[in-house]
Ligand binder design. Structure first.
Ligand code: SF4
Length: 333
């Protein structure tokens, strides 16, 4: 109880968004699976928060919960998402539409399919602006041209008139970024925005996002499985495993001394991150399916520090100071 109180007090200061004990479930043939289970974190103004984990660990479902876009038959079961002083999990669809694309922008994973193939680029950007602003057509067109310039197109008029199939993957991702920032959001959610791109284009997109965060003073939730990106871009990091947030840390401390055994395994298994090992280590075993979760700590079948209690009880979130949270019995008092 005392621990929960401490966490709430931390959340009371100036954060763009605060997520408290979010639980999102999906109903499937065999019952209900918990895609996101008791996830809590907050993002300060101007901060980049990196949410990291393997496929299926709940990162995207967390983002969709924030956007009010959890696909049926999934739903937010409990918890709160505090944005501009309101719990947005309680808003109706009309109220969420005022926030989505306006105050919270999202860049989706797949630039090849996220755009409408039969609409010109300019119209697609203008559409979002029109929904959330009363501006006239000329004003909106000016804004679209400025956005196209801002995301790196030298000939915005030409790009305005083109269709998605005329653009490369990197160019389409720039368009999605232009759409996501078109209403000056307070929070930008980027869900694996560079996964489908080559390394050179990835680097350009990351540098663009970094510049926009500074210029607009936005906060960003950056979702990825790539720790190298988080090291370059984020100030704080959350590690997800099996739908749970298992470590929250600042980026600098995380990479010098990851705390959770899974985090240690991740850092040790990636080239050039630990800096200590000549031979890369691997984490044995596999992430459990959401429908086949082990008892106790969900990481215990793969953990090299497993103790008897880990097989029976799920660890709570232990805190170190105000900033570090670890879901592991190794850190109980
Ligand atoms: Fe390993 Fe136990 Fe910590 Fe889970 S709670 S990560 S099994 S030591």
């Amino acid at each position: 109880m005392h621990r929960v109180k401490i966490i709430k007090e931390i959340f009371m200061d100036e954060h763009t968004i605060t997520i408290n004990n979010l639980c999102t479930s999906i109903t499937v043939d065999i019952g209900i699976v918990k895609a996101v289970e008791n996830v809590s974190f907050s993002i300060k103004k101007g901060e980049v928060f990196g949410l990291v984990g393997e496929s299926g660990c709940g990162k995207t479902m967390t983002a969709l919960s924030i956007m009010g876009l959890v696909p049926s038959p999934g739903r937010i079961v409990s918890g709160e998402i505090i944005f501009e002083g309101r719990d947005i999990t309680r808003l109706n669809e009309k109220e969420m539409q005022d926030i989505r694309g306006n105050k919270i922008g999202m860049i989706f994973q797949e630039p090849m399919t996220a755009l409408n193939p039969v609409l010109r680029i300019g119209e697609q950007i203008a559409e979002t602006i029109k929904i959330h602003n009363n501006a006239g057509n000329m004003e909106i067109k000016d804004r679209v041209l400025r956005l196209l310039k801002q995301v790196g197109f030298d000939e915005p008029e030409k790009k305005f008139a083109q269709y998605p199939h005329q653009l490369s993957g990197g160019q389409r991702q720039r368009i999605l970024i232009a759409i996501a920032i078109s209403c000056n959001p307070l929070l930008l959610i980027a869900d694996e925005p560079t996964t489908a791109l080559d390394i050179a284009t990835e680097s350009q997109i990351l540098s663009l996002l970094n510049g926009l965060i500074v210029e607009y003073g936005m906060s960003m939730l950056f979702i990825t499985h790539n720790l190298h990106i988080i090291r370059k871009l984020a100030q704080n990091i959350g590690i997800m495993y099996a739908g749970r947030l298992i470590e929250k840390n600042n980026v600098e401390d995380f990479f010098s001394e990851p705390l959770h055994p899974y985090s240690r395994g991740l850092v040790d298994s990636i080239v050039g991150l630990s800096g200590k090992e000549k031979r890369l280590k691997t984490i044995p075993g596999f992430v459990p399916r959401l429908s086949e979760m082990p008892e106790g700590c969900k990481f215990h079948p793969r953990c090299n520090k497993v103790m008897p209690q880990c097989m029976i009880n799920e660890p709570p979130m232990f805190t170190i100071g105000n900033e570090k949270w670890i879901k592991c019995f190794l850190y109980q008092g």
